[in-house]
Design a protein around this ligand. Structure first.
Ligand code: URA
Length: 169
């Protein structure tokens, strides 16, 4: 079992935060390299945002057994890593991928369907932007207007705009 700390630019306004590593991530030690990662790459490509221009990590750094949702205890045991990453990278916007990451940041159970696509002030001068988890898009294969994929693409366009607004170089 490999820990999966995260990877990407340390000089970026955008940090993407997923739930926790899956099998492919566990094998390689890299975040979002499996099927969910391919979906994330597809969305990034669609809007012209290069993966190496953002930072990507997860709430928990080790794969929960059987890919289950990490427990609150596991999330709090790992939270000092994520907080340190946020301090080092200092992103303007944290893209919360799915309800688990969003609930972690907001410290309450939330509906990703209701919250996605909106910029939420998290702490002074730092924002959370929630969107669907890429795995959810894989479970809902339709890509037509109003589908989860379509909504996620709309979100990603906004995320690209936020990148352009807050990029340093
Ligand atoms: N799902 C996640 O939440 N994170 C990964 O790194 C891969 C799949």
């Amino acid at each position: 079992m490999n820990p999966v700390p995260g990877e990407g630019s340390l000089d970026t306004p955008l940090m993407f935060v997923g739930e926790g590593p899956g099998e492919g991530e566990d094998n390689t030690g890299r975040p979002f390299v499996g099927r969910a990662g391919q979906m994330l790459n597809r969305l990034l490509k669609e809007v012209g945002l290069e993966r190496d221009r953002i930072y990507i990590t997860n709430v928990v750094k080790c794969r929960p057994p059987g890919n289950r949702v990490p427990t609150n205890q596991e999330m709090s045991a790992c939270s000092h890593f994520l907080m340190a990453q946020i301090q080092i990278v200092n992103p303007k916007v944290i893209v919360a991928l799915g309800a688990t990451a969003l609930s972690f940041f907001l410290e309450k159970k939330v509906s990703i369907t209701k919250m996605r696509g909106k910029l939420i002030e998290w702490v002074a001068g730092k924002y959370i932007f929630p969107t669907f988890h890429p795995s959810y898009l894989l479970r809902n294969r339709s890509t037509g207007p109003g589908s989860p994929y379509d909504l996620a693409l709309q979100d990603m366009r906004k995320i690209k705009e936020l990148y352009e607004k807050y990029r340093k170089i």
